[in-house]
Design a protein around this ligand. Structure first.
Ligand code: AP5
Ligand code: MG
Length: 205
């Protein structure tokens, strides 16, 4: 199963991807997570990507494409994977289509005006990548490894505004792209995490 989970910043892609991948034993391929790992490790790619990410802009296609290709060529992706945050432009979608066939593109449909609040309360673990919200982690500690949770660099209000704008301009048109390809499944992303997951599981059955 080659899956994509699409949706605006803060729509719940990472949250749902973690649940889907655990249940279906699929590798979770998040270009955002891979880029943040490169920044944390101080790689050349990380150095190039950081300024774009901190400004809420897209990292150039050629950099992300190389990163993505490298990841999905690894043996754990042989029997399928879930892409989170990729593709984000038509050029990325075209390039992806030349490498693999996509079976289902899950689209988390959300009200863009309500997502800034979700991102303001997101808390992440820089050590293991665990992500949650301030409400769900009142002790401020990672449930997986106990490290202190922090606010993501690009979750500041002004950066979030730009990310939402960039999404509307560059990535939202991919909903039509995958609809035309006959693989799009729309999900109401404004429900609770559990209800969104139940809708996804009904589709994956
Ligand atoms: P990326 O890391 O992919 O960020 P994003 O797309 O902006 O999405 P987020 O990770 O912010 O949100 P999410 O949808 O995963 O939501 P989450 O589940 O965490 O990309 C970051 C940057 O990297 C980009 O801006 C760009 O610069 C670069 N980049 C990455 N990929 C690229 C590419 N392909 N091309 C070019 N550049 C690229 O949930 C958010 C919060 O809401 C959490 O606190 C969560 O607990 C909560 N929540 C989740 N679901 C619900 C719900 N149903 N109800 C209430 N709260 C919920
Ligand atoms: Mg995410």
């Amino acid at each position: 199963m080659n899956l994509i989970i699409m949706g605006a910043p803060g729509s719940g892609k990472g949250t749902q991807a973690a649940l889907i991948c655990k249940k279906h034993e699929l590798p979770h391929v998040s270009t955002g997570d891979l880029l943040r790992k490169n920044i944390a490790d101080g790689t050349e790619l990380g150095k190039k990507a950081k300024a774009f990410m901190d400004a809420g802009k897209l990292v150039p296609d050629e950099l992300v494409l190389a990163l993505l290709k490298d990841r999905i060529e690894k043996s754990d992706c042989k029997n399928g994977f879930l892409l989170d945050g990729f593709p984000r432009t038509k050029a990325q979608a075209d390039a992806l289509g030349k490498i693999v066939e996509i079976d289902i593109a899950l689209n988390l449909d959300t009200d863009l005006n309500k997502l800034a609040d979700r991102m303001a309360s997101r808390r992440v673990c820089l050590k293991c990548g665990y992500s949650t919200s301030a409400e769900l982690a009142p002790d401020g500690k990672c449930k997986e490894c106990g490290e202190p949770l922090v606010i993501r660099d690009d979750d500041k209000r002004e950066v979030v505004e730009n990310r939402l704008k960039v999404y509307a301009e560059n990535t939202a048109p991919l909903v039509e792209y995958y609809k035309a390809a006959g693989v799009l499944k729309n999900i109401d992303g404004m429900q609770s995490i559990e209800a969104v997951n139940a809708e996804i599981e009904a589709i994956l059955k």
